[in-house]
Design a protein around this ligand. Structure first.
Ligand code: ARG
Length: 457
């Protein structure tokens, strides 16, 4: 394709490092689409004859059918998907095929193909995230009022409901969807096609037309920027990295919750693995691999960012590696979202273990402090001190639950404490009390679940 200036063929290792066909053959649909739009525009502008255009369109349709049927072997000598398709076209229709590359370059071609690919991949990612939100919402609905411990520092803090905990992820995933959507409508809405190698072209092309045919908002206004920008891919990878981080936190919780130490939850057989040596094991491998893949998705973002930040304008071959990185991140993200949905759909929770843990660790001590503030108008700092002393006393008495301590013990610390204050230390009462907007009270959680059912309808 570019041999005119050369006498010798490239070294084998040169071909190995330079060829990208193993990776970028995934762009074939986009490359066909871009070729077809370009050919139609060239013909409309009188740059190609109608006869040549017809041959090109028919040839491209045939190539698409052949690739879809797995009948078109790709060649490494032909470097990449663009040259493979063009060579095949020329083989099929002769000279007209060699005219298709008029008024463009692989630089604007790949920039356009790749935008189209990322745009479609973001659609798929959005669908997967939404499916996971639905799965979480369904589990939250079933467990809206189940008590469990809420943690800070992974130490029991205050009782919460399982529904509340699961809905926290629905919120995170919604922000992820907003970021994925914004990646889709941001840097990627301009069409690079027609920027040619870097400087535009001398042919009277119609860039508005190709931009519209390929469903872009407008042609990119600066040809140098058009061929060398990859911030659209970075935006997508950044949104994926953040969402994968959320999936990884949930995965981490699944690992903890399903451990024999916690016993909060059990993964279904479908989503557990055994050990070849320890017959009792049910390992959460998928959750662990989500953690690992989230790390890699973040690394993919960092890799592309690092490639980009030292490139002078305009095109440089470093840009070819954007695809391996981006494909791998989207592939990993899809696996993560699908596996997480599978786990969430089929996970079961242990009501007794959750409830027992919710009351342990003096998780309702804040209730006592709040009561002293509310009923005795004690300043919160003083109330905190009294409640702390109550915990200390319960510990001395060997009681694991503050609500079990006899009233006299509380009254030794503060004579005005009543039976009502003690009764308020029960986990259910503590949950009901957290009824501020966004709080864990079952009534509030149900409100949120109802709102989300409406939003995801
Ligand atoms: N395969 C190349 C890539 O992905 C296509 C562009 C080649 N352009 C060039 N100037 N060599 O970047």
């Amino acid at each position: 394709m570019w041999g005119g200036r050369f006498a010798a063929k490239p070294a084998d290792a040169m071909q190995a490092i330079n060829s990208s066909i193993e990776i970028d053959q995934r762009l074939w649909r986009q490359d066909i689409e871009v070729n077809k739009a370009h050919a139609a525009m060239l013909a409309a502008q009188g740059i190609l004859t109608a006869e040549d255009e017809e041959k090109i369109q028919a040839g491209l349709d045939q190539i698409a059918a052949d690739i879809a049927a797995g009948k078109l072997p790709m060649s490494r000598e032909l470097e990449d998907i663009h040259l493979n398709i063009e060579a095949r076209l020329t083989e099929m229709i002769g000279e007209a095929g060699r005219r298709l590359h008029t008024a463009r370059s692989r630089n604007d071609q790949v920039a356009t193909d790749f935008r189209l690919w990322v745009r479609a991949a973001l659609d798929a990612a959005l669908g997967h995230v939404e499916a996971l939100q639905r799965a979480l919402l369904a589990q939250a609905d079933k467990h809206a009022d189940w008590a469990m411990p809420g943690f800070t520092h992974l130490q029991t803090a205050q009782p919460i409901t399982l529904g509340h905990h699961l809905m926290a992820y629905v919120e995170m995933l919604e922000r992820d969807r907003t970021r994925l959507l914004s990646a889709q409508s941001g840097a990627m809405s301009d069409c690079p096609l027609g920027a040619a190698a870097l400087a535009g072209t001398g042919f009277p092309i119609d860039r508005e037309r190709t931009a519209a045919m390929l469903d872009f908002t407008a042609p990119a206004a600066n040809s140098l920027d058009a061929v060398s920008a990859r911030d659209f891919a970075l935006e997508a990878l950044s949104a994926l990295s953040i969402s994968a981080m959320h999936l990884s936190r949930l995965a981490e919780e699944i690992v903890l919750w399903t451990s024999p130490q916690f016993r909060f939850a059990r993964l279904s057989d479908q989503w557990s693995t055994g050990s070849s040596i320890m017959p009792q094991k049910r390992n959460p491998d998928a959750a662990e691999l989500i953690r690992a893949k989230a790390a890699r998705i973040g690394a993919d973002f960092a890799a592309l960012l690092s490639i980009m930040q030292k490139l002078p304008l305009a095109y440089a071959k470093d840009l070819q590696d954007d695809k391996a990185i981006t494909f791998s991140a989207f592939d990993a993200f899809e696996l993560c979202t699908v596996a997480m949905k599978g786990m969430i759909d089929t996970i079961t929770f242990n009501r007794e273990a959750l409830a027992a843990a919710a009351g342990a660790g003096y998780a309702t001590a804040t209730e006592l402090a709040d009561w002293l503030v509310r009923e005795l108008k004690m300043p919160f700092r003083d109330a905190h001190h009294v409640a702390g002393a109550a915990v200390k006393r319960a510990e001395e008495l060997g009681l694991s639950d503050l609500a079990q301590a006899p009233l006299e013990e509380f009254q030794k610390l503060e004579p005005r404490i009543t039976e009502a204050a003690r009764a308020g230390l029960a986990v259910e009462r503590a949950l009901e009390a957290r009824a501020s907007y966004g709080g864990t009270a079952p009534a509030r959680v149900r409100e949120q679940i109802a709102r989300w059912k409406e939003l995801l309808r």
